[in-house]
Write a protein of this length. Structure first.
Length: 588
């Protein structure tokens, strides 16, 4: 009896995993759970972990929730396979021979590709042969050749080179291979003709077609199909057939809001059905670091985990913004997995001038009561009232601020124009443009904003380049990708402020500061009242997120906290305005 008891107790000492390993015919060894590959979901799942090892898994893999129990899932990619094989060397798990082979293949492939890409990124690397058949007289620069090589090896890449260093040609050269043609090129509306005329036709012999509208029609047989972010949703059914073997997302920050938007959801269909996916932008992050997840998850789904996993691993909190806790670490990780490449220009640093002007209280006075009513709702209203009022206050306060300093901005720009200095003047609101147009009409100012058609914008560019005008009034978010202005202009005036520092960087990038020998001059005209002081303070945090991700080795500007830009703005209005209006529910 005692012998029988002793034998039963001995069986009990065997772990569940060990017993299952024995049943599977595996060698008897100390195991801690089970690992299996679920092909239908393209995920690896760990189950049956002993408690102490489950705790270790959560510490080693921060994407896993601390409250997760039972099953632990991992998206399938070569990096994940390499990490899981390493984990099995420390904590053996029951795993089939087939799944073990998959792990080994993924790890070997991961290490081989990383080693090969590392060689490509060395300063003395040269391509083994000609990467692309460009027109006579054109050749790829070293940074462009590296981008081509990495993109083709990995099937995906985000090129974040400084403005003017040839991201566009690098992307076109990457797809100049029968494996990757035809290509779908997705651009901002005003850039479609420029892509066709100034890039594809100028540098290559590829044929191209600009997609017209959202309605289906029989497409001509060409190498390059140029879509606009505003019409791709009408062509997702065609993209889903796999017709486009590669896809290029120019100004990839357009999809930074993710698959929940029309642009992002449509872009995902194009990306999922293409063998090569390339994103281009010197400023992929406009606001908070979590925007990078939305972009990456379209370019290569799962490489940063799910949205919840990304938040757990990289963000301090969500709050709808996904503020990255350590932007430099995230940037270094993206470089380490060779998803992000960036070449920094060697041009001289810009001459940056901050010019303070008065906030015209008399101009703004008529709107103050309305602004204070909105501010009161932001601070005290119901949830729905606060959200709506915050959005209205944001737009309203920036417009009022722009109007209140518009004549001061025009007076400053007049000095430059009278000195025969070509100027790009950046703004945002139509009311502000109207004041600038009136104050500076003798200089024949031209508008390049969201209201002009691509053909009208092209005419404005030609007028500026030919000297018909020395002043382009450009919307802060309408000039991305515009090329050529650097040959005539070196001065940009930021007449209104945007919440994102990267928007201003894009505007200044039209002058190619990193690819010229003379420094550009950036002038920020900042009012001492209204929304300008709050925006200037908040730009510090947003800039730190963007710079840390794109330039992780450069260091990050330390910022305190995100003190809710709208509430800060609301408090300022209430403090300045005294008692709130008598009827905040019915503002004048």
């Amino acid at each position: 009896m005692s012998a029988h008891l002793h034998h039963s107790q001995g069986d009990d000492l065997l772990s569940w995993a060990e017993q299952n390993a024995w049943r599977d015919g595996a060698d008897v060894e100390r195991t801690y759970g089970r690992l299996e590959y679920q092909a239908h979901a393209r995920r690896w799942v760990i189950s049956g972990l002993e408690p102490q090892v489950a705790i270790r898994v959560k510490r080693i893999f921060p994407r896993i929730s601390l409250t997760q129990v039972g099953l632990f899932g991992f998206a399938d990619n070569d990096e994940a396979r390499a990490e899981l094989e390493w984990f099995l060397s420390r904590y053996p798990l029951v795993c089939s021979a087939e799944d073990r082979q998959l792990l080994c293949e993924g790890r070997v492939r991961f290490e081989r590709i990383r080693s090969e890409v590392h060689q490509v990124l060395q300063p003395d690397w040269t391509p083994a042969g000609e990467l692309a058949q460009l027109r006579d007289g054109f050749a790829l620069r070293a940074n462009q050749a590296r981008a081509v090589e990495v993109a083709r090896r990995l099937g995906r890449l985000i090129v974040a080179d400084d403005v003017g260093l040839g991201k566009t040609l690098a992307a076109i050269a990457s797809v100049m291979d029968p494996r990757f043609l035809p290509v779908a090129i997705i651009v901002q509306p005003q850039l479609a003709i420029q892509w066709q005329r100034d890039f594809i036709q100028q540098f290559t012999t590829l044929t191209s077609h600009v997609i017209q509208g959202t309605g289906y029609y029989v497409l001509p047989v060409v190498d390059c199909y140029i879509f606009k972010y505003t019409n791709i949703f009408g062509w997702t059914d065609v993209a889903a057939t796999g017709r486009f073997r590669s896809v290029i997302f120019d100004e990839v920050q357009e999809i930074r809001h993710g698959i929940g938007t029309l642009k992002g959801g449509s872009a995902k269909v194009f990306a999922d059905n293409a063998g090569l996916r390339i994103g281009l932008s010197a400023t992929p992050v406009f606001g908070y670091g979590g925007e990078m997840f939305n972009i990456v998850d379209i370019i290569e789904p799962g490489v940063l985990g799910s949205r919840d996993e990304f938040i757990r691993e990289w963000c301090t909190s969500d709050n709808g913004k996904m503020i990255v806790n350590d932007a430099a670490a995230l940037g270094a990780h993206l470089y380490d997995i060779n998803l992000l490449l960036r070449e920094v220009g060697k041009g001289p640093p810009p001459n940056r001038v901050i010019h303070d002007v008065p906030y015209d209280e008399e101009v703004a006075a008529a709107d103050e009561a309305f602004a204070r009513a909105l501010a009161l709702k932001v601070m005290q209203g119901s949830f729905s009232e606060r959200g709506q009022a915050a959005r209205e206050l944001d737009m309203f306060a920036r417009r009022v601020t722009g109007v209140a300093k518009a004549r001061h901005v025009a007076a400053f720009v007049r000095i430059l124009l009278e000195a025969k200095t070509p100027v790009i003047l950046g703004g945002w609101h139509r009311d502000v443009y109207d004041i600038w147009l009136e104050e500076l009409k003798e200089f024949n100012p031209q508008l390049y904003t969201g209201s002009e058609t691509p053909k009208q914008k092209d005419a404005v560019k030609r007028a500026f380049m030919s000297g018909e005008t020395d002043l382009i009034i450009m919307s802060l978010r309408s000039g991305a990708g515009l090329d050529g202005l650097q040959h005539r202009c070196s001065t940009v005036v930021h007449g209104e402020l945007d919440w994102s520092r990267e928007v201003h960087k894009q505007l200044a990038g039209r002058l190619r500061p990193h690819a010229r020998k003379d420094p550009i001059t950036e002038i920020y005209i900042v009012a001492d009242g209204g929304s300008d002081p709050v925006i200037a303070a908040l730009q510090g945090l947003k800039a730190s997120q963007a710079h840390g991700i794109v330039d992780p080795k450069r260091g990050v500007t330390q910022a305190a906290t995100d003190d809710s830009r709208i509430k800060a703005l609301a408090r300022q209005y209430l403090e300045r305005g005294g008692a709130p209006p008598s009827s905040p529910e019915n503002p004048p």
